[in-house]
Design a protein around this ligand. Sequence first.
Ligand code: PGA
Length: 253
Amino acid sequence: MTRTKVIAGNWKMNCSLEQSQALVTEIRGMVRDERNNDSEIVLCPTYLALPSACKLVQGSSLFIGAQNCHSETNGAYTGEVSAEMLNHLGVSHVIIGHSERREYQNETNAFLKEKVISAIKNNLVSIFCLGESLEQRESGQLWDVLSRQLSESLLDTSVTAKNLIIAYEPIWAIGTGVTASAAQAQEVHSFIRNWVAQHFSVEMAEETRILYGGSMKPDNAEELLSQIDIDGGLIGGASLKPRDFVNIHKLAK
Ligand code: PGA
């Protein structure tokens, strides 16, 4: 079974509207000249840039994702944006459960599950993030932490290999320049795939894309992306540099 790889750029709270438009346009132009590369690209700018980003990728192979959504459809949730609103805009993907939101917005596994359910209802592909802190890894809690994140957010939802992409992002590797070794990442990805097989089905496990995120750059991407269970990357810092981002995409085949 070959899984189409996915390279997603998480722009976080970076780029003005104009800068975002320029970045989308530049990446679109660079990718147009790539040959024989079916791997998917998802760009996740801030909410402000989503409407124009959706227009700028029309007619191309690029997808636009949001960095977050709320679990409710509408109502008194000041500052929030719903999955339905994103879908109406033409957004196709949404990052759910990024560790920065888990930490700074106190998002719990249970709340993230509500978001996943809402994303599915509104035809968005969830890029569901999970990962452990260094302390959790060093104290032997890695598998427990990951199992809990998976169980409490994904069980009893209608996730499928089509509406779910999983992103393993060890917190200690995000924005730090420290990357998980290919062996460390592969070990976790294989664990996640087995978890999906046990709790959903072997077929779904074989088809579900599992991305690695955490200081992925052109010089470490090749080894990471060559691991059997690594189906792409969720890229932060390097996604703001169009040449680096597209070079990572070129390695994803
Ligand atoms: P990084 O971020 O590539 O800058 O480490 C990845 C992420 O947070 O998704």
